[in-house]
Design a protein around this ligand. Structure first.
Ligand code: ADP
Ligand code: MN
Ligand code: MN
Ligand code: MN
Length: 384
């Protein structure tokens, strides 16, 4: 069986309960990144009134020893609310709350990369960096087999599936449409979706988002994806190469612009950005997946619309390059560029931080710069 038991529970019975009034009470689902740096966890609590801003949401805690996040015998971790979205599953006035994780000593948890991203975004905020990320993913049955693929063997070779239409071209469009609508309802800046090159692989795009917003919105969009898939009884994997062989992998192309690149003649700032990126390829590869480049080494082979992990390249309309300048941007002489290297399972906080460090803060070399405590104190704050 490829869909879960729970997805087959009687949904009419569920709906009867979901229609019960909830008075003035509000359900807030706190969401956080777990110790893998990829997985999401959530838990829900009752609030006595609707939170109007992030300050109205209490800090909370959880057992870090069950999420791969605790240190020694101090297993209590803090959840610090950072952004509120509407809950598309239990509807208004209920909320989804993206959180940062702090350790018992109130220092950031290992996989909490938002705090340093926020600091770097604050340092570069005059440049108004915008991002748009293209999240690719693959639907799997709960047996781990690509959803809708023949039980034994493979579908026909790639070609007809990208942006495909028809029951013999795409699998699981219900999920894609439900996710899109749920993101819109929640307040996520989702801007598009399409079927991908490998059957049962899809993409949605989020953006443009300024600064720290990129990570916040993409993480909630991922939460909504996993949650919608749960309802349908299948799994969305962000593995960058779910099927080996002649099948496309999954990336998270990251589109970037600044005040300068968006203005007339901005192409020269795009070219300058590419020059800086070309000198820091290893550093970027290291932060573009959660295992320091190991995951991406299965994907960035130089085949299947990817560049080689070993060398930096750039070009107009070149989908085999590390960085692509979209044709339209080349023609208009301003706009944005696309970094095609990030893996589907990247942490958008880490990716956008690295790009800003290199392109806007002019960092060079293999290690990120440590900014002074003073600069951090002035600019870093947990809340967006
Ligand atoms: P592709 O042709 O690479 O498949 P998509 O249409 O899938 O491109 O994605 C384009 C992405 O570019 C979207 O995420 C969108 O938000 C982003 N984008 C568009 N304009 C800008 C901009 N000025 N700055 C940054 N990102 C942008
Ligand atoms: Mn795309
Ligand atoms: Mn794509
Ligand atoms: Mn792209």
């Amino acid at each position: 069986m490829s869909v879960s038991h729970s997805s087959k529970l009687n949904k009419a019975v569920r709906d009867q309960y979901m229609k019960l009034p909830q008075g003035k009470k509000v359900l807030a689902t706190y969401i956080w990144i777990d110790g893998t740096g990829e997985g999401l966890r959530c838990k829900t609590r009752t609030l006595t009134q609707e939170p109007k801003s992030i300050e109205d949401l209490p800090e909370w805690n959880f057992d870090g020893s069950s999420t791969g996040q605790a240190e020694g015998s101090n297993s209590d971790m803090f959840l610090i609310p950072i952004k509120i979205f509407r809950d598309p599953f239990t509807l208004d006035p209920n909320k989804l709350v993206m959180c940062e994780v702090l350790k018992y000593n109130r220092k950031r948890a290992e996989t909490n990369l938002r705090n340093s991203c926020k600091m770097v975004m604050d340092l570069a905020k005059e440049s108004r960096p915008w991002f748009g990320m293209e999240q690719e993913y693959t639907l799997l049955g709960i047996n781990g087999h690509p959803y809708g693929w023949p039980e034994n063997g493979f579908p026909g070779p790639q070609g007809p599936y990208y942006c495909g239409v028809g029951a013999d071209k795409v699998n699981g469009r219900d999920i894609v449409e439900a996710h899109y609508r749920a993101c819109i309802y929640a307040g996520v800046e989702i801007c598009g979706t399409n079927a991908e090159v490998m059957p049962s692989q899809w993409e949605f795009q989020v953006g443009p988002c300024e600064g720290i917003e990129m990570g916040d919105h993409l993480w909630i969009a991922r939460y909504i994806l996993h949650r919608v898939c749960e309802d349908f009884g299948v799994v969305a994997t962000l593995d960058p190469k779910p099927i080996t062989g002649n099948w496309n992998g999954a990336g998270c192309h990251t589109n970037v612009s600044t005040k300068e690149t968006r203005q007339k003649g901005g192409i020269k700032f795009i070219e300058a950005a590419i020059e800086k990126l070309s000198k820091r390829h290893q550093y970027h590869i290291r932060v573009y997946d959660p295992r320091g480049g190991q995951d991406n080494s299965r994907r960035l082979t130089g085949q299947h619309e990817t560049s080689s992990i070993f060398e930096f390249s750039a070009g107009v309309a070149n989908r085999g390059a590390s960085i692509r300048i979209p044709r339209q941007v080349g023609q208009e002489g301003c706009g944005y560029f696309e970094d095609r290297r990030p893996s589907a399972n990247c942490d958008p906080y880490a990716v956008t931080e690295a790009i800003v460090r290199t392109v806007l803060l002019n960092e060079t070399g293999d290690t990120p710069k440590e900014y002074t405590d003073e600069a951090q104190l002035q600019t870093a704050s947990l809340k967006a």
